[in-house]
Write a protein that binds this ligand. Structure first.
Ligand code: PEP
Length: 253
């Protein structure tokens, strides 16, 4: 079993998937399962399902989050949702800067930093994603990107040990390609060193997750690395059986 101050996190990012019925069924199944005490289990459903899922999760150890917010509190921002709105719907966390937001929707690190601050101001825990593209990795620029993503996403953000970071190499997301445990550990140790530069010893308390084609058969090896504190899971989190198996295999380290 992994020991130490940092409690493992297994986070399901459902993206724009699952019907409301499927989402409810998933939550009921997860609630009925015996979840390991040493792991924090988080679900990031489509935002419309938050209220219902929060009712179903009440009294359990399952945490809920939104996949995105806008940084303003209210106003003429058609289609956007604020941190206070997701909190009212039952979210305790929000993903900021997922690579799909950065690359499909053109979000900059400056925008992400604003979202992180907006979340903090409402008592919502930000889960901040950073990671390089394949071209950046092949050009030998991976660490430069991690430095710039980490530094700028956390710029002007209050030091906060509850913030979660996810290292998600873009080339590994939804592709079936997983970073080797050695590469993931190296990248995550580097991200931790960047957090240390910004926030000092709080870096030792920050959970840093790996994300990118995590499955039940590769989680244990990833979790055996000293700096890897959990996983952000996309595809394999859409099925309760495979998500549960990841939690179990990842917690028995
Ligand atoms: C993700 O979207 O954050 C992710 C890691 O997806 P997948 O597990 O499908 O690669």
């Amino acid at each position: 079993m992994k020991t130490g101050a940092r409690r493992s996190v297994f986070a399901a990012n459902w993206k724009m998937n699952l019907s409301d019925q499927e989402a409810e069924g998933f939550l009921r199944e997860l609630r009925a399962a015996k979840l390991p005490d040493n792991a924090e289990v988080l679900i990031f459903p489509p935002v419309l399902y938050l209220t219902r899922l929060a009712e179903l999760a009440r009294g359990s150890a399952i945490g809920l989050g939104a996949q995105n917010i806008y940084w303003e509190r209210s106003g003429a921002f058609t289609g956007e949702i604020s941190a206070s709105m997701i909190r009212a719907a039952g979210a305790q966390l929000v993903i900021c800067g997922h690579s799909e937001r950065r690359h499909i929707f053109g979000e900059s690190s400056e925008m992400i930093s604003r979202k992180v601050r907006a979340a903090q101001n409402e008592g919502i825990v930000p889960l901040v994603c950073v990671g390089e593209t394949l071209e950046e990795r092949e050009a030998g620029e991976a660490f430069e990107v991690l430095q710039s993503d980490t530094m700028s996403s956390l710029a002007a953000v209050e030091p906060d040990q509850s913030i979660i970071i996810a290292y998600e190499p873009v080339w590994a997301i939804g592709t079936g390609l997983t970073a080797t445990p050695k590469d993931a550990e190296e990248a995550i140790a580097y991200i931790r060193s960047q957090v240390r530069e910004l926030w000092g010893d709080i870096a030792d308390e920050i959970r840093i997750l790996y994300g990118g084609s995590v499955r039940a058969d590769n989680i244990a090896e990833l979790m055996s690395c000293a700096n890897i504190d959990g996983a952000l899971i996309g595809g394999a989190s859409l099925n309760p059986t495979s998500f549960l198996q990841i939690i179990i295999n990842g917690s028995n380290i």
